[in-house]
Ligand binder design. Structure first.
Ligand SMILES: NC(=O)c1ccc[n+]([C@@H]2O[C@H](COP(=O)([O-])OP(=O)(O)OC[C@H]3O[C@@H](n4cnc5c(N)ncnc54)[C@H](OP(=O)(O)O)[C@@H]3O)[C@@H](O)[C@H]2O)c1
Length: 250
């Protein structure tokens, strides 16, 4: 069976790491490219997954999702090594709740919107060379326009300065909509995906923040959702905003 080449941004931590592990452990047909902005963190993630004796293989690349030049250099490298990309998971993100309004908007929009737009554009030509390409944007189910239009979701209680993150995920959803509209007809299967509320460094690195004050689930559950998408089990929901149990309205 042909290898499925998967590139996951922000794969050294949280959902990106868990997804890399779930896919690598699922099948020998996966080759996972762990993308991180730090070589040290990328190599540590690769070694940790390799210690679990995965069936698939792994490699690492280093780029910051806001650095256009290094994204394009990596796309050229992937072209040279593999000639195509089968799955792109635009996962890297920032949950900045900086007290300074301009600082948090700049960080969230740069990382969660401009970054994925640059990454999607750079890797799109490689995806379009695949027989069965998937482009997945990791969004947030609590940040939809519909769910926030009339009331504050319960999970927002007590969260201060979450405005920039919410705006950035609504904008990311529009990126996914445009990607699906413009490249879906060429065979690109685009999904916006809600990973659920899971353990990671998004809310901070203290145990309290990582565990979402004791409420966060296992990020491998988010990885299982990505696996189901790339295995084609959610193809009926292509172009939509999926979560584990169904589809959200935008
Ligand atoms: N955890 C949840 O409950 C939850 C819920 C809904 C949506 N999400 C989404 O899930 C995605 C993954 O987040 P996570 O929860 O797994 O948090 P995380 O543990 O903080 O992981 C975020 C990853 O993104 C990387 N990153 C941040 N800025 C970057 C940049 N400029 N260039 C390259 N990489 C960068 C981080 O790298 P460093 O390690 O170097 O910082 C890290 O690898 C995000 O898009 C987030 O919005 C998470």
């Amino acid at each position: 069976m042909a290898t499925t080449i998967v590139l996951i941004t922000g794969a050294n931590s949280g959902i990106g790491f868990a997804t890399s592990k779930v896919l690598a452990c699922a099948s020998s047909t996966f080759h996972i490219i762990i993308a991180s902005r730090s070589l040290e963190k990328a190599e540590a993630a690769k070694s940790t997954i390799e210690a679990a004796s995965p069936k698939g293989s792994l490699s690492t690349v280093v780029f910051d999702v806001t650095d256009e030049e290094s994204i394009e250099a990596t796309a050229a490298l992937v072209q040279q090594q593999f000639g195509r990309l089968d799955v792109l998971v635009n996962n890297a993100g920032s949950g900045s709740m900086d007290m300074d309004l301009k600082a948090r908007f700049q960080l969230c929009l740069n990382t969660n919107v401009i970054g994925p737009a640059l990454v999607a554009a750079a890797f799109r030509p490689l995806l379009l060379k695949s027989q069965n390409p998937y482009s997945i944007f990791v969004s947030s189910g609590e940040r939809t326009l519909t769910r926030n239009a009339h009331e504050k979701p319960a999970s927002h209680a007590g969260i201060k300065n979450g405005d920039a993150y919410q705006v950035s995920k609504a904008a990311l959803n529009m990126l996914a909509i445009l990607e699906a509209r413009d490249y879906g007809p060429q065979g690109l299967k685009v999904f916006a995906m809600s990973p659920g509320f899971v353990r990671s460094n998004l809310r901070g690195t203290s145990e309290e923040a990582r565990s979402g004050w004791g409420r966060a689930g296992d990020p491998e559950v988010s990885g299982e959702l990505v696996l189901s998408i790339v295995e084609g089990k959610r193809d009926g929901d292509v172009g939509l905003f999926v979560h584990r149990d169904g589809v959200y309205s935008w």
